[in-house]
Design a binder for this molecule. Sequence first.
Ligand code: IMP
Length: 202
Amino acid sequence: MPSDSSTLWFATSNRNKFHEAQSVLSRYGISLRHLRRQKTEIQSRSLTTIARFAAEKIAVKESRIVVVEDSGLFVEAIGGFPGPFSSYVLTTIGLSGMLRLIHGFRNRSAYFQAAIALSFPGSGSAMFTGYARGRISKKARGSQGFGYDPIFIRNGATRTFAEMGLEYKNRYSHRAVAFGKLARWCRARGIARSETTITTES
Ligand code: IMP
């Protein structure tokens, strides 16, 4: 049995992801706490498979209800790359390398995907996905958010996620969509309803 069956623990080393998720869930009155744990990241083309594997492992180990999110940027002109390798690509070639990779392509369409696993110790997982569709900008612009935000322009917008800011992102991002689904799922089952705000654990 979980040591605490009413608390959702988001296992991530990315503070930005945690704060974005928490901001979305708070709109639904769902509380989320930060579990700073390294997740096991298996090799797979599927973000859902990667997230589920990591979440189930941590849920059993910690005896807690665990949330793991795996996300990535998929760029159409280069066959959906970097996708599951988004983190590696960002730390190696960076935003400028990504812009160079697609330099000269007319098609700059891209999307973000977020896959979330909500795992109950020894009892499997519920899965939620979200997408944000748009295009890659010509230059990096803006200072808010993280990762690829300075080069991603959502459909219908003219400015990047990093220029639009967190309020916009927390409404329309892949993460906002996926966590919105998770929140409605939890509300329907009376899971983790609370007024609790920011809490972290080291
Ligand atoms: P992971 O899910 O921790 O494996 O991270 C995937 C990669 O995609 C990281 O390099 C992030 O920077 C990037 N990424 C994920 N979500 C976002 C986002 O909302 N904005 C910008 N980059 C993101």
